[in-house]
Design a protein around this ligand. Sequence first.
Ligand code: ZN
Length: 485
Amino acid sequence: MNKPLLSLALMPALSVALAAHASERVDLLVRDATVVDIVSGTLQPHRSIAVRDGRILAVLDAKGARGYDAARVLDAKGTFAIPGLWDMHVHFGGGEALIEENKDLLPLYVAHGITAVRDAAGDLSPSVFEWRDAVADGKLLGPRIFTSGPKVEGYKSIWPGDLEIGTTAELDAALDQLQGWKVDFVKITDNTLSPELFMAAVKQADRRGLKTSAHVPYALTLEEVSAAGLDSIEHLDYAFKAGSPLEKSLGERIAKSEITSRDAWTQWNATFDPARAMAAYRNLARHGTAITPTINGSHVVTYLDQDDHHDDPYLKYIGPGLQATYTWRVERAAKDDAAAVVNRHERFEKSATVLPMLQEAGVTILAGTDAGFLNSYNYPGIGLHDELGWLVHYGLTPSQALQAATINGARFLGHDDEYGALQAGRVADIVLLDADPLRDIAATRKIHAVVLRGDVHDRANLDAMLADVARRVARQREAAAKTGP
Ligand SMILES: [Zn+2]
C-alpha cells in the first residue's frame, strides 16, 4: 500500500533534479582538464569546470559534464588546471611620469597567469586605488589589486610617497587616512621610524582590524613583532637572525650604528642554532605571522656580478622609465669589492636555508616577487614563476610552492572563501598549463589559457596581450629618445 505513494512522492523531486542537470545553462565549460589539488598535491584527471557569472558552479566528472549546456566550451584535454596565481609582493611607482608604464604592467600580470597582486606600497597610490576599483568593476583588464596605499615611515625616509610620522597622534591620523582610502592592509617600514612607533603602529592597526606587513627594525626581535600582532614579514633575512642568541644584542648595536649589518650578520651566522631558529619559527606560526621570502629579488641583486641582465629579452615589456629606476641597486651592488661580493652570496644562500624550516614550523609562506620600480630585473609577471622556481629550489615541494602562490595569499587577505581553489562557489580564476606543475614547477610557465573571473584568454589572446605591451614600450622608448639629452 505504501509503495506507490512513496514513489509518487519521490517522483517530482527526482524529475526536478534530472531536469536541472539536463538543461543547466552555463557561460563556460572548461572541458576535460586534469585538476591539480594544490593542498593534497594530487591530480584529478578528466574534470570539467562549469562557470556562470564569473564563478565556478561545479567541478564535474565526464558524466556530470554532459548535463551542462555551455555558451562556450574550452577544450582543456591534456592541460593541468590550477587556481589563478597571486603575487603577494609587488610595487607600482617611480613618480607621476611613470603612471602609464605602471598601468601597462597589469596585462603583463594577466598574461602570466597572475589573477591577483598585493601592492606593498609605492608613490602612485591614487592611481593604484583607481586601477583597483576599475579592475573590480570590470572596466580595466588586470589582476585583482590589493593595496597598502602609502606605507607608514618616520620623517625623511629614503622611500618616496610614504606617510611620515613622528608621534602617536600622527600615527592615528595616518591610520585614519589609510582607512579612509579603504586600504587592504598597512605596510610599515623601518628606515627612519623608531622601534617604539613601529610597535605602536602594529598594535594600533591590529586594534583597528587592519592587517599589517613590515620590514622589521633591527632593534626588535622576530618574537617581539610577531607577539605584537604583525601579520606578515617581508623578506627572508629577518628570519635568519632569529636563529642566533645574538639577535637582540647585535640588532641594538646596528640601530646605534656601533656595528655594520654585515659584521652583525657574520656573527649571527657563526652563532646560528637550528634548534633556536625552529623554536622561533614555531612561535611565528603560533602568532599567525606569515612571511614573504621574495627570493627572486634578492637573488637578482646578489648575483649581479654573474648576470647583469642587460640583455634579458623580457626587457621589451618594461618601460624605459621603470628600467631607469633599476640603476640604483645596480650601482650600489657594483661598489662591492671582491670580499663584499663573497659575503653577499653567502648571506643570501645562508638566509635561504631557513625556508624549509619555516615551512616545517608551520609558518604561512606567501609567494611574492618584490617586482616593480627600483627592484632591478625582478620582473612583473614572469618574476612570480622565477619565485616559484626558487621556492622549490630552496626546499619547498611543488605543491607547497603552489599553495604559497594561491590559497595562502587569499587566506592572508581574508578571501579564501572566494579564491585559491577550484571549487564550486569560488571566483573562476583558472590557469591551464600544458604540463604537470607537481612534477616540475617550471610547468607554471607553460600557460595554455587563463580564465580571469570567467573570461577566457587563450594562448593567442595572451600572446596578443604581450605583443601589445611590447609595442607600447617600444613607443615609450622612441619618445624617451626624442626628448632625451
Ligand atoms: Zn618591496
